[in-house]
Design a protein. Structure first.
Length: 299
């Protein structure tokens, strides 16, 4: 199984996640996927061939192995990681859809000015989307699905194998075994260590998801309003600086500032307006002085 594509897809979510979400991604990649690929697959590699039963009855060994191991631990963990990672892709698709809508709105505009989302070379900047509005709802849904999948697979693992400990000996009485047959499992202690490690990693991920969910539910709306107001102020400041650099800031901008409500007025904009008018007044020659001294013009 190739994990490179999954890593590439999930890596893009890091730019649009909270701090707890970034920690969850680190735990997912380092403590679960890496351990599963590098170590756990080798431990369970020859599981069926090392399953030995004290009988020569044809088919008895295969039937007993299928009874005690209906699903391999490795395949069950792979399914768990795929299901847990799927809700994260919902956030990625939402961000991609939002970026396409913004790109279409920029292309449909008739303005030829440099966009605030582009740098001095005209290249597109990577915009970080804050977890607000519909993206906030999508993120909450992804966290809920992650918690459900993690808890569901832990319950299935406990239900199938009757716990999280690998036994050394199992007794099988399935047909076509002639009687009660003793079957021995290879590397039971090592497998138990890996099972406990993977279960502990899953529990840590559940705790991180639960903490992130509580953070977004209780802190999200308040932070959303602050983030929106801060973004509006930054965008308005950038637009005013662009107008100031092009000499388009004058009495209309001063009138707009003076007519704002008290909470939206910023003194630094008044300074920008005054500096712009002072520059224009000192850099351009006065027509009145030119009329008073016509001799200088004739010379």
């Amino acid at each position: 199984m190739s994990w490179d594509k999954l890593y590439t897809l999930l890596k893009g979510v890091e730019n649009h996640s909270t701090s707890l979400g970034k920690i969850w991604l680190s735990v997912l990649f380092i403590f679960r996927i890496t351990i599963l690929v590098l170590a756990a697959e080798k431990v369970w590699g020859s599981e069926q061939s090392d399953f030995i039963c004290n009988t020569q009855q044809p088919g008895c060994k295969n039937v007993c192995y299928d009874h005690f191991f209906p699903v391999s631990h490795i395949r069950l963990w792979c399914l768990q990681l795929i299901f847990v990672s799927t809700p994260v892709l919902l956030v990625t698709m939402h961000v991609i859809y939002k970026q396409r809508e913004e790109r279409k709105s920029e292309e449909s505009s008739d303005s030829t000015e440099t966009s605030p989302n582009t740098d001095s070379k005209g290249q597109k900047k990577e915009k970080r989307h804050h977890i607000t509005g519909p993206l906030w709802l999508t993120y909450i849904c992804s966290l809920i699905f992650r918690l459900l999948f993690e808890a569901g697979f832990l319950y299935v693992l406990y239900l199938i194998y009757n716990g999280f400990k690998m036994p050394r000996l199992v007794k099988c009485e399935q047909w076509p075994c002639p009687n009660i047959v003793d079957c021995f499992i290879s590397k039971p202690t090592e497998k138990t260590v890996f099972i406990i490690f993977m279960v502990a990693s899953s529990v840590i991920c559940m705790m991180l998801n639960l903490a992130e969910l509580c953070y977004l539910l209780f802190k999200g709306p308040h932070k959303t309003s602050e983030t929106n107001s801060r973004e509006n102020q930054d965008n308005e400041r950038n637009e005013r600086r662009e107008l100031s650099s092009k000499g388009l800031l004058g009495h209309e901008a001063r009138r707009d500032i003076s007519n704002r409500p008290e909470g939206q007025y910023r003194p630094e904009e008044e300074v920008e307006v005054g500096a712009e008018q002072h520059w224009r007044a000192t850099s351009q020659p006065s027509t009145k002085k030119m009329k008073e001294r016509p001799s200088d013009l004739l010379c």
